[in-house]
Design a protein around this ligand. Structure first.
Ligand code: SF4
Length: 232
C-alpha cells in the first residue's frame, strides 16, 4: 500500500476507534478536582509521577489555604512543601508551584495565559500540562495530551511507531479531528485502566479488538494444532 493510502486507512481506523471510545466512556472527563484555571494548573503540576486520586486528596486543603495565584506566590515554602508532600517529588513541585504563581501574578494578571507558548515557560509546566489546562480550563484544543498511557495505547493500536511523546502527538494530530484531540487522550486513559492495562491487556473482552493490530485474543483462542499448521 502506498504512503497516502496507508495514511488515509489509519485515519479511518483512528476515527472509528474514537467513535467507539466515545460510546464506551460517554462521561469521561478530567478526573482532577479544581475550581479555577490556576487550580487546574497546580493540580496538573502535582500529578507528575502521581495518580489523580492522590492529587485530589491533597488539593482540598492546599486550595483552602492558598486558593489563587496571589496566595500561592506569597505562600510560606515550608508550609507549601508539607501540604504537597504525599504527591512525591514534593520539594520540586512546591518550588515550581510558588515560582509559577509568582510569574502569573507578575506577568499575566494572576491568570493562566491562554497560549501554549506562554504556559510552557512556567516552571513545572511542560507541553502535556499546557494541553490539559488549555483544553479543560478554556476549551482550547491546542494539541493532544500524550502521557505514558496515551503513548502505550496509541502504539498498541498501531497509530504511531514512536516513543517520543512529541512524535506520538504529531501522528495523532494528523489522524484526528482537532475538536476531538483532548477527547482522545481522556478516553484512551479510561480504556487503559478498564481493559488495556500495561502488563495484561484484556483483548478477549476489548471492543476495539477488531481494529487493533495488537489483539491477542485470536491467537489465544486458536487450538494448539491449528496454530501450528497456521504457522507452517
Ligand atoms: S485489543 Fe488488546 S492490545 Fe488492542 S486495545 Fe484492546 S486490549 Fe489493548
Amino acid at each position: 500500500m502506498g504512503i497516502i493510502k496507508k495514511r488515509s486507512a489509519a485515519k479511518v481506523r483512528a476515527n472509528e476507534i474514537l467513535i467507539r471510545l466515545k460510546r464506551l466512556y460517554p462521561d469521561a472527563t478530567c478526573t482532577l478536582t479544581y475550581d479555577t484555571p490556576v487550580q487546574l494548573l497546580v493540580a496538573v503540576i502535582l500529578s507528575a509521577q502521581c495518580t489523580d486520586e492522590r492529587v485530589n486528596k491533597v488539593t482540598p486543603e492546599l486550595f483552602r489555604r492558598f486558593p489563587d495565584a496571589q496566595a500561592l506566590a506569597a505562600a510560606d515554602i515550608e508550609e507549601l512543601t508539607e501540604l504537597v508532600r504525599s504527591t512525591g517529588f514534593y520539594r520540586n513541585k512546591a518550588k515550581n508551584i510558588k515560582a509559577t504563581a509568582s510569574i502569573l501574578v507578575e506577568q499575566f494578571g494572576s491568570e493562566v495565559p491562554k497560549r501554549m507558548e506562554e504556559i510552557i515557560t512556567l516552571p513545572g509546566a511542560a507541553r502535556k500540562t499546557a494541553n490539559v489546562v488549555l483544553a479543560h480550563a478554556y476549551g482550547i484544543n491546542a494539541g493532544v495530551t500524550v502521557d505514558t498511557h496515551v503513548k502505550r495505547l496509541t502504539k498498541r493500536l498501531g497509530l504511531t511507531k514512536h516513543d517520543d511523546p512529541l512524535k506520538v502527538e504529531r501522528d495523532l494530530i494528523s489522524l484526528l479531528p482537532q475538536e476531538d484531540w483532548e477527547n482522545w487522550s481522556i478516553r484512551l486513559i479510561y480504556h487503559g485502566r478498564a481493559v488495556c492495562n500495561a502488563r495484561n491487556p484484556a483483548c478477549d473482552r476489548c471492543e476495539l479488538a477488531d481494529l487493533c493490530p495488537s489483539d491477542q485474543s485470536a491467537i489465544l483462542t486458536v487450538p494448539p494444532l491449528k496454530r501450528v499448521s497456521a504457522l507452517a
